[in-house]
Design a protein around this ligand. Structure first.
Ligand code: TYD
Length: 396
């Protein structure tokens, strides 16, 4: 049974940046009520009313994984690690984005799945790319012609797909006998620990725990045999999954993670009720900071037009009343307006300068990279605001 524990209010699609903030454009904006639920049977945490993926993963999809040095390096390291560990002959990626992961492999080995047509275009000339959603019929079509996959990799994608049953069944029929599915997604343990409620938005239909994943995949004759904590996206988990009869033994690392999740009571509804109280407090504290800075006539901007910050701004009702503009390095976000709150987005070259007093860390998951990059902003007296793990001005 699904029990709702968190209501993040009226939210737009997190990637629906507006090309103009005209009244006409605003009136066409789609909103839904973002509620988050806990399944008392399999312990899965999910958005209670997911949006149809066809509205989300279009040919205008903005996110480019290669644009962050942190992510680029992380994917290269992972590709290298998986190559060494499993010596795959066929590597398939579900949600290949701009090719940031697959480009670390010999092109003959690679199968890429990417439903956003603008992104699939970027890899299709070099790599076998299917511009489709991941379904059983696509899996059947691909593996009629190809040898089965020794590695199926999917980062920040499986948690975006509402139909997990079909997703894992399609994976099961695509894996070679000892093939391994490696998935990376934000970790529920980190979300609860960091109070990072902004990991919930329309695309993050699920925020997984190892406990929930191991339950959900059982029905598709798959099993979890290893997991590791990784730093990306503010605390993620990498899961290693194989067919029931494959050769892999459950690792001690996984046993430890499952134990830790149980100690943190990720399988108890009360944990989520408590989390929800903390989220409400986070909103009050963050708005207090913005109100005070406004009173003091400070110039406040936001750093990184992230999907996560769309949840924060719409939940906390933070718009141009507090934030002058948002800076983002992504060229196709620049010149647009944030979903729901319509804050203008400009390039960091134009927006980060001496006149700025405070910058809200929309991309708090890149805090280390950003603080390193923005040394001169900090030296000039600029300060960052964050809401993770609690709302505060970061002292440097
Ligand atoms: P991302 O980490 O993908 O977060 P989400 O999934 O919540 O959207 O997005 C990071 C965004 O921040 C991306 O649009 C690029 C931007 N960014 C900057 O503008 N400057 C930076 O230095 C970094 C690291 C990211």
């Amino acid at each position: 049974m699904n029990k709702i524990f968190l209501n993040l209010g009226k939210q737009p699609l997190a990637n629906s940046f507006l090309s103009s903030n005209s009244k006409k454009k605003q009136s066409k904006e789609f909103f839904y009520n973002l509620k988050v639920a806990f399944n008392t049977k399999n312990f899965l945490v999910s958005v209670a009313n997911p949006v149809n993926p066809k509205f989300q993963y279009t040919d205008k999809y903005a996110h480019r994984a290669s644009e962050s040095i942190t992510m680029k390096n992380a994917f290269a390291k992972t590709a290298n690690k998986l190559s060494k560990k499993f010596s795959p002959k066929i590597v398939m990626e579900i949600g290949s984005n701009d090719g940031v992961f697959i480009k670390n492999f010999d092109r003959k080995k690679v199968i890429a799945i990417e439903p956003c047509k603008n992104l699939a275009k970027l890899t299709k000339n070099k790599y076998r790319t299917y511009p489709n959603f991941w379904t059983k019929s696509l899996a059947e079509k691909i593996f009629k012609k190809s040898k089965k996959a020794d590695i199926i990799f999917s980062a920040n994608t499986i948690s975006h797909i509402p139909d997990l049953k079909q997703t894992f069944e399609a994976i099961e029929l695509s894996l070679s006998f000892n093939g391994v599915l490696v998935i990376e997604d934000p970790s529920l343990m980190s979300v609860i620990g960091n109070n990072s409620y902004d990991q919930f938005y329309d695309e993050h239909v699920y925020v997984f725990s190892a406990i929930a994943i191991s339950n959900v995949i059982k029905k598709a004759n798959l099993r979890l045999f290893d997991a590791e904590k990784i730093e990306t996206h503010g605390g993620s988990m990498r899961y290693y999954i194989c067919k029931n009869n494959a050769k892999y033994r459950t690792t001690n690392k996984l046993k430890k993670i499952l134990k830790e999740e149980k100690e943190k009571k990720l399988h108890h509804f009360k944990t989520y009720k408590d989390f929800s109280k903390k989220v409400k407090k986070s909103k009050i504290d963050l708005v207090k900071i913005f109100k005070r800075l406004k009173k003091e006539n400070k110039k406040v901007i936001s750093y990184g037009a992230t999907y996560k910050s769309s949840t924060v701004f719409n939940y906390c009702n933070i718009g141009t009343n507090y934030i002058e503009y948002v800076t983002d390095t992504t060229i196709n976000k620049q010149g647009k307006f944030t979903p729901g709150k319509h804050i203008p987005i400009i390039s960091p070259d134009k927006g980060i300068n001496k006149s700025v007093d405070y910058a809200f860390l929309g991309a708090w998951n890149f805090k280390k990279e950003i603080l390193k990059k923005e040394k001169s902003f900090i030296k000039q007296g600029g300060r960052f605001i964050t809401h993770v793990p609690s709302a505060k001005i970061i002292s440097s």
